[in-house]
Design a protein around this ligand. Structure first.
Ligand SMILES: [Zn+2]
Length: 579
């Protein structure tokens, strides 16, 4: 005997064996029982939900001599004749017979009475594929059908059926089959063929079936021959899913904002030869599981994952903010939609992964929500932490440029805010700074102590207000103090949030009598040197008693200057002149 696929081998012969679709089965059974059978039906619904199977059972049931509970008995002469193939049950695939000639042919033949039973049943599959002319020819038949004819039209796309046809049919809608029922069906079949299996494996196949019994059974078919025992790993291998732990690593990095790790993980998976589209599906599936693990109490049961995999999902769910998971899902779904329009899917995915893992680089509401959630969590952790190091928790460290950045790449991250930046308040509040009295005496530029270079890059790290520092550092603090006072005054007097923000990330030091403000960004340097900004800054500096200031780009220049200072120091007795 030739090999029969699982789907065909276990195709139900009676209504009782049908998986779900009770509403359809009940209507048909009642019609058979009462003898009030209609002459035209339209079965609609997703593929693999049992439309053709039910149509066949119905076709035999209406002809059976002793139907039992609406189903064909299978033993009477008519049932036997029909099961051996009969002219009384005609199946037409409209996808390949979609012309007007086939329908005219049908109209002629339908006039002949049935051979064995009471009814001739025409099952027209994929009926939406008919041409307009064919629909018209079919319509003629439906308008005046002979008493012995029953038409069952099946389609996955009812919206393509002309209204004139629809109105002559009894429409029955088939639903997607729930995973639970698919699971039960599959485990029943596996028991019957004596294949050992793990529950998680069956659940995974049922999920992959996505509501379609036929799809599920074709996947199961491949899995059954893949290994002696049906395990979760075997199913993943057959489905071509990316390694779970690799995907988990990627998703964890994305959700916790570690963009370096997420790109590395992504490249790793793609290097294995994984298709971008498939990987994207895997990521979305994992994100969905993380959402379930985060929100549902009985997540472990719902997800039906092996214990070790569930603990990975749970761990990611605990580490990630809910808003971050939601945002990641939204971005990736959008990417999935766009994938077919882009010439390089890989770049699209990389960009999406970067966007997800760097909410700080975006300004839409969802990105801001993620950042707020993160801050709130950190705040809660700080509050719940034991009163440990007051130094680190002290408010308002001295104006610390670059401290506002989460990483070193100040230039890349810079964006011009359009509103008053709230975050900067903390850094430049009027609260007294921890120890050193910055203000009054030190504002005036004095004695440019040549010994120590006011290293523009240092102050970021040196936030400790070192009143007792060596003399050179005192000079540095003075510049810092002037800068701090400048920022406080600027906040009070200027309405320009942009200017305030641009100024909030500068390093200050004295060069001779001039207070020099250094920035890492060309853009900010140019912007601050524009006349309108310079004027405001000059006003503010005048208020606090600084008469001369410059804004410079931090770069090679200070290094050269430092070198000159060093040279002068080393050769104090010689006049050093630099040209
Ligand atoms: Zn029968």
């Amino acid at each position: 005997m030739s090999h029969l696929s699982l789907y065909r081998r276990f195709r139900p012969e009676t209504f009782d064996k049908i998986v779900r679709q009770e509403h359809v089965v009940r209507i048909l059974k009642n019609q058979i029982a009462s003898g009030a059978v209609g002459h035209a039906y339209l079965f609609t619904g997703p593929r693999g939900t049992g439309k053709t199977t039910i149509a066949r059972i119905f076709a035999r049931a209406v002809n059976c001599e002793h139907p039992s509970d609406g189903s064909p008995c299978g033993t009477c002469p008519v049932c036997r004749a029909l099961s051996e193939g009969s002219l009384d049950i005609v199946e037409i695939d409209a996808a390949s017979n979609n012309g007007v000639n086939e329908m005219r042919d049908l109209r002629e033949k339908v006039q002949y009475p049935p051979v064995t039973g009471r009814y001739k049943v025409y099952i027209v599959d994929e009926v939406h594929m008919l041409t307009d002319a064919a629909f018209n020819a079919l319509l003629k038949t439906l308008e005046e059908p002979p008493a012995h004819a029953i038409f069952i039209l099946a389609t996955t796309e009812p919206q393509k059926i002309p209204a004139t046809i629809l109105s002559r049919c009894m429409r029955l809608d088939f639903k997607l089959i729930p995973e639970e029922d698919l699971e039960k069906h599959l485990s029943g079949i596996l028991d019957e063929i004596g294949k050992p299996y793990d529950r998680e494996a069956v659940a995974a196949i049922a999920r992959a079936g996505a509501g379609s019994d036929r799809d599920m059974l074709s996947i199961a078919e491949a899995c059954v021959v893949y290994a002696d025992r049906l395990t979760y790993d075997a199913v993943c291998a057959v489905l071509g899913a990316a390694d779970f732990h690799e995907t988990a690593k990627l998703v964890r990095a994305m959700l916790t904002g570690d963009h370096t790790a997420s790109i590395a993980a992504l490249e790793g998976i793609l290097a294995e030869g994984k298709a971008v589209g498939v990987l994207l599906k895997d990521i979305l599936q994992l994100l969905n599981r993380v959402t379930v693990a985060k929100t549902c109490k009985n997540a472990e049961k719902l997800l039906a994952l092996p214990g070790r995999l569930f603990s990975v999902v749970k761990e990611i769910a605990d580490a990630a903010e809910g808003s971050a998971v939601l945002r990641a899902t939204e971005i990736l779904i959008r990417t999935e939609n766009e994938l077919r329009f882009v010439s390089s899917p890989r770049i699209a995915l990389e960009t999406a992964v970067l966007r997800v893992s760097r909410p700080e680089a975006e300004r839409d509401v969802s990105a801001l929500l993620v950042r707020i959630d993160k801050l709130e969590r950190e705040l809660a952790e700080l509050k719940s932490a034991p009163v440990s190091a007051p130094v680190s928790a002290a408010p308002a460290p001295a104006p610390a440029p670059a401290a506002t950045q989460t990483d070193g790449s100040a230039d890349d991250d810079w964006q011009f805010p359009t509103e008053e930046p709230v975050f900067a308040e903390a850094y430049f509040s009027d609260e007294p700074l921890p120890a050193a009295p910055l203000p009054a005496p030190s504002v005036q530029p004095k004695t440019p102590a040549p010994a120590v270079k006011a290293e523009p890059s240092a102050p970021a790290a040196q936030t400790v207000p070192a009143a007792t520092a060596e003399d050179g550092k005192t000079e540095n603090m003075t510049a810092e103090g002037a800068y701090g006072k400048f920022m406080r005054t600027l906040r009070k007097t200027s309405r320009s949030g942009v200017l305030f923000t641009m100024c909030s990330d500068l390093a200050a030091c004295y060069e001779g009598e001039t207070l020099v403000l250094y920035t890492d960004s060309d853009t900010i340097c140019a912007a601050l040197n524009r006349e309108e900004h310079r004027k405001i800054m000059a006003d503010v500096f005048a208020q606090i008693g600084v008469s001369s200031f410059e804004v410079k780009r931090r770069g090679a220049a200070p290094a050269a200057r430092d070198a000159v200072e060093e040279l002068k120091n080393n050769f104090r007795d010689y006049p050093v002149e630099i040209k």
